[in-house]
Design a binder for this molecule. Structure first.
Ligand code: HEM
Length: 196
């Protein structure tokens, strides 16, 4: 499909609608999880209870775990779609360095956003805490091991930092494509496109 005279900025086809919906849904959940997780990690269980009481604290933990596992499910679905139907081609090739940077950052997101909930799951289980998913408790998968739990929670925090850096780089690049280079790359992930 080529560009038209009335839409000169459109660069190739957009991603499939389901891929675009998943992108923005996951982005929203992950940003909230990173913010809420940082509050949880900074104050800790006792600090949270002192601030908000135990009901709200337990709800915060359960909600964090539930939405974290939802990210895992949505990311597996997203990875399956990416491998099955791929990504749309560009009408005009991007400069080589931009292609390399986008490949690294996009696959970086797949790796980090699948590793993050898995590590959170295992860290929780190794600490002897329930792996909550809505009203269910999922299997812990590993035995209680407080030392391992501590290390895995440190890894959970480290991946969180890497995700924040990657999100800033990714959002900065998206804004450059959209507002400065105006090359239509942003339209590939827009929820409403001229081609829907
Ligand atoms: C994409 C998914 C997830 C994101 C973005 C995320 C993000 C975070 C962040 C940023 C922290 C704060 C780390 C720190 O500074 O100490 C945190 C803490 C925590 N996360 Fe997650 N998380 C995710 C998934 C999960 C899952 C699936 C579970 C468990 C089933 C989980 C359990 C926890 C727990 C229990 C803490 C508190 C750790 C502590 O008290 O030190 N997370 N999360």
């Amino acid at each position: 499909m080529g560009t038209t005279k009335s839409s000169p900025a459109v660069n190739g086809r957009p991603y499939a609608l389901i891929q675009r919906l998943l992108h923005w849904l996951i982005a929203l959940i992950v940003i909230v999880l990173l913010a809420a997780g940082t509050v949880i990690g900074t104050l800790g269980y006792d600090g949270l209870v002192a601030q908000f009481g135990s009901d709200v604290t337990n709800l915060m933990y359960t909600t964090h775990k539930t939405f974290g596992i939802m990210v895992l499910i949505l990311m597996v679905l997203r990875l399956g779609l990416r491998l099955a139907i791929g990504a749309p081609g560009y009408d005009r090739a991007l400069p080589g360095w931009q292609m390399i940077a986008s490949r690294i950052s996009h696959w970086g997101f797949y790796v980090l956003l699948i590793a993050m909930p898995l590590v959170g799951w295992l860290a929780t289980a190794a600490g002897g805490y329930p792996v909550d998913f809505f009203n269910w408790t999922l299997p812990g998968l590993i035995n209680k091991n407080p030392e391992l739990s501590k290390t895995l929670f440190e890894l959970h925090a480290l991946i969180g930092l890497l995700l924040i850096v990657l999100i800033l780089v990714h959002a900065g690049a998206a804004l450059l494509h959209w507002l400065v280079w105006r090359d239509g790359v942003m339209a590939r992930m827009a929820l409403r496109t001229r081609r829907d």
